[in-house]
Design a protein around this ligand. Structure first.
Ligand code: DAH
Length: 337
């Protein structure tokens, strides 16, 4: 019987050592240590054997049981480790970065603009995107026969209201409800019935600025725009003002920033087209007709206003050549900012 135990143990250890998977291993556990196993049978018979044989057999079967138990455990661990290694990471692959969200480039620029103007003492004002003709046009000295009111430019709702075509509407709303002085910027979405191409979209963002007080002059406007230009595009940025026309300002200007991409030195520059200047926005001194519409006394107060497209500034800053990218939410584009 002693020999049988030894043989049995040896067979069990060899078999267990090469068990292909944990299912096979479980079969072996049942076969070698289970209630109906030969080893258990032997152990249950020991008590009925002659006393002299009992200790040796008891010890041998106990040792065999322990050895088999340990072999089973060792093999189980080995199988588990092998499974982990085979499904584990290929350490030669480049690591996967956790996905972190980031701000939309327009939102980032918006926050920057807000900080720049807050630094100059402007506060933030808001107005509705669904507007009436009065706030979008009439009060801004844009009478009913003005070409800007053409159906081609404006989205009208069936009730006669419209989607604001610019943030200048907020000037009116602020002045209607606040006596001078006012110093606000307003940022938000605007809509125009433009056909979509690389530089036009029917939905876009603007920032509008308005400063009204006693003795506000064109020099204040120039200084404000210059500070904005330097903070946005760098200390070396210069500003150029060109005469223009807007119904709500007199005199009116358009202003350009010197090209931050090529500095005017590259005749093939995509951003300034080799001119060295980038057209940014419109501005001017608030027209007395606008003050009249909101009940301000244009003899006592003067003011300047400006408005510009936020996409436009973002495009210039990052050298982006298609406005549509801002609305497509293509992660390959967005992740770059
Ligand atoms: N509202 C004008 C536009 O959308 C931009 C503008 C020009 C705003 C001159 C102003 C301004 O406040 O003074 O084209």
């Amino acid at each position: 019987m002693l020999e049988e135990i030894e043989e049995l143990c040896e067979r069990a250890l060899t078999e267990i050592g090469s068990a292909p998977d944990s299912e096979a291993l479980e079969g072996m556990r049942v076969r070698y240590l289970g209630r109906k196993s030969r080893l258990r049978e032997i152990m249950s018979q020991i008590g009925s054997l002659p006393t002299a044989q009992r200790p040796a057999l008891g010890q041998a079967s106990g040792t065999a049981q322990k050895a088999i138990q340990q072999a089973l455990e060792r093999r189980q661990v080995a199988l588990q480790e092998a499974a982990e290694v085979s499904s584990a990471i290929d350490v030669t692959l480049p690591g996967r970065r956790p996905l972190a969200g980031n701000l939309h480039p327009l939102m980032r620029l918006t926050e920057e603009l807000v900080a720049i103007f807050q630094g100059m003492g402007f506060s933030i004002a808001e107005g509705p995107e669904i507007e009436d003709e009065y706030h979008n046009f009439d009060a801004l000295n844009t009478p009913a026969d003005h070409p800007a009111r053409d159906l081609h430019d404006t989205f009208y709702l069936t009730d006669g209201r419209l989607l604001r075509t610019h943030t200048s509407t907020v000037q009116i709303r602020v002045m209607e409800t606040n006596p001078p002085p006012v110093r606000i910027v307003s940022l938000g979405r605007c809509y125009r019935k433009d056909s979509v191409d690389a530089t036009h979209h029917f939905a876009f963002h603007q920032i509008e600025g308005l400063y009204v007080d006693k003795k506000v002059s064109f020099a204040d406007l120039k200084g404000t725009i210059e500070v904005m230009g330097r903070q946005l595009l760098g200390e070396r940025t210069r500003v150029r003002f060109r005469p223009h026309f807007f119904p709500f300002t007199e005199p009116s200007v358009e202003y350009d920033f010197s090209c931050s991409i090529c500095g005017g030195s590259n005749s093939a520059c995509r951003v300034c087209k080799g001119t060295g200047w980038i057209e940014i926005a419109g501005a001017g001194m608030v027209d007395p007709a606008v003050f009249e519409a909101v009940g301000y006394d244009s003899e006592r107060h003067t003011g300047f206003a400006f408005g510009m497209g936020i996409e436009r500034v973002a495009m210039i800053r990052h050298g982006i050549d298609d406005i549509r990218l801002f609305l497509e939410n293509d992660l390959r584009f967005m992740r770059q900012f």
